[in-house]
Design a protein around this ligand. Sequence first.
Ligand code: 5GP
Ligand code: MN
Ligand code: MN
Length: 395
Amino acid sequence: MRTVEGGRVPIRMWADPDSIEDAALGQLRNASNLPWIHGVAVMPDVHYGKGATVGSVLAMRDAVSPAAVGVDIGCGMSAVRTSLTAADLPDDLGRLRRRIESAVPVGFAMHETPVNPDRVPGTGGWDDFWARFAELHPDVQSLRERARRQIGSLGGGNHFIEVCLEQGGEDAGRVWLMLHSGSRGIGNELAKRHIDAARGLPHNADLPDPDLAVFVADTPEMAAYRGDLFWAQEYAARNRATMVALVQSALAEVVPGTRFDEPISCHHNYVAEETFDGVDVLVTRKGAIRAGSGEMGIIPGSMGTGSYIVRGLGNPESFRSASHGAGRRMSRRKAKKTFSADDLAAQTAGVECRKDGAVVDEIPSAYKDIDAVIRAQRDLVEVVAQLKQVVCVKG
Ligand code: 5GP
Ligand code: MN
Ligand code: MN
């Protein structure tokens, strides 16, 4: 870990400062100068993001910046170890992929036949969950409808569902399911409203970047944000749990008798109330996971390079956090200009997945080297399993 001094608190870096874009460094400096700041930790997958970098952790006293959570509140990963090994999978992985694609609605669109979560085994408490949203937004029927229609759906972009094989070790060939998704349109809508609301507050008038605006404790704006935030985080967790159940059923249809361990689930865009050195802080992890001692986490690489299941080492220096992925090395626009569908096909050889021009921005070369990112955080997490996908369903 290196530190960069100069702000109210040092910036603790698990990334090479020379490899970080100037714009991202500027954002980290802005964060380290906030009056409420208690600490800043920078993960090896860091890159520029709106208002605050992706791949960073901010700990603040009595304040929270909604842009430092990100617009997909509660976005994160789930993973499940199955009873299968590679030999149990069908030769025709296309069939398995199509089965998953018909079990889970994917893409940005509103879905014709929404998932009814009441019928999905393993999840419950929906009535109370929807009632809590109705209490937060009594007048806005349309928001409630949207939230209900999109539960159990993947979303677009880099949200994905994968069937993976464990690499090396005693359990080589073990089949895992993995899934990346968040709080869909409803979380995005709520996040944007609050980011806009924060910009207009007088205590944010002198910020160098208006997008880093914060809510402060004991204000109605903070109370409204917290209500929506914690509800949307639960929505994201429920969304992933619903899809995990659907994907498990899809796999069990293709390979009858498949059994599943308890899923691992971790948010990587969220807020938690935690205590460090006796100080109560609001910790925002934007493109970062919690890596408390013994806590399981998931660090995905890209659609062609596989992923890691990790266990946290509880290092307080990073505010018990680790990276959320490999992180982008190239913007979506640049990736589309630089690479072709043929390049994508070459980089995803052996993976049953989309290889058309519309997903070229997700090409593995657009992401950092996941193995290097894992090596850079050896004092934050230990590797439990290395996975490589054989099926990848993109949103
Ligand atoms: P984000 O949450 O910032 O959108 O992305 C999470 C991380 O997932 C990225 O930094 C990248 O390393 C990883 N990733 C993106 N697409 C895929 C994919 O299709 N499969 C896997 N295994 N990882 C991916
Ligand atoms: Mn997301
Ligand atoms: Mn995400």
